[in-house]
Design a protein around this ligand. Structure first.
Ligand SMILES: C[S@@+](CC[C@H](N)C(=O)[O-])C[C@H]1O[C@@H](n2cnc3c(N)ncnc32)[C@H](O)[C@@H]1O
Length: 232
């Protein structure tokens, strides 16, 4: 009998947004894996900390979180290999994922490597665009609105065309792309609602101007609605 790989969403930051199912699984599995920077334990492990009993085997999948695609792929190869050893020996492994595992989640790359060899269960998590909508009290969609989820790393022309084609959008991975996003929103006459580090003790809601002046972090999101308010 092999173990099961659990892809566990831990939500965007507030530990109370972890699901009951995630908490139950974390109390039960013998091995916990998570993506992590080269030093420290990373966002997902920090969010779930209170639910990981002492003495669990832990696998930190360390990577530089840079544009170095080859380095990132190699990190996932190493992480998947380390996880596979436990699964082969019948031990269940929970791979923690910040937010939801299947929306820009690291779990996707481990699923691609191990999904055909081992049983897999995915536990959805509260995803950051919806946690941002809650914190901003900003309805994303009403009636028959079209909503786009747009990574800010796409080109200026592409983001502008996407925003022009929908009613609302969640723009993720804002960080250093904020000046480009402000140009686009200005041209389209759209108001962007900015929030960073949702659910964490240092969460901030700022104007786009103030966010750009301070240097937006990677963990930031802009929500936009063509009508200003979804209910109008
Ligand atoms: C690699 S994606 C991970 C998304 C995650 N799987 C989810 O479901 O939310 C990282 C991006 O998600 C957004 N994000 C995740 N957590 C966030 C938070 N606590 N506050 C603001 N943005 C967050 C940011 O746009 C960040 O650049």
């Amino acid at each position: 009998m092999t173990g099961t790989l659990y892809g566990v969403g831990v939500g965007p930051g507030d530990p109370e947004l972890l699901t009951l199912k995630a908490a139950r699984l974390l109390a039960a599995v013998p091995v916990v894996a998570y993506p992590a920077p080269l030093e420290g334990c990373g966002m997902a492990r920090t969010i779930a900390a209170a639910h990981i009993p002492a003495g669990r085997t832990e696998i930190a999948i360390r990577m530089g979180f840079t544009a170095d695609r080859a380095g990132t792929e190699a990190a996932y190869d190493r992480g998947a290999a380390a996880i596979a050893i436990h699964l082969e020996q019948g031990r269940d492994v929970a791979l923690l994922c910040e937010g939801d595992p299947l929306l820009f989640g690291s779990f996707i790359y481990v699923l691609a490597r191990l999904g055909e060899r081992f049983p897999v269960v995915v536990v959805p998590g509260v995803t950051s665009p919806l946690a941002a909508a809650a914190a901003l009290q900003f309805p994303l969609a009403a009636w028959n609105d079209r909503v786009a989820v747009i990574p800010a790393s796409r080109s200026e022309a592409e983001i502008e065309a996407l925003l022009a084609a929908v009613d609302a959008a969640a723009i993720m991975k804002v960080g250093r792309h904020l000046p480009k996003l402000r140009r686009i929103l200005g041209r389209l006459g759209l108001d962007g609602h900015y929030i960073e580090r949702v659910g964490l003790p240092d969460q901030r809601i700022l104007s786009l101007e103030a966010a750009e002046a301070g240097g937006a972090p990677y963990f930031s999101i802009i929500l936009v609605h063509r009508r200003g308010k979804a209910w109008l």
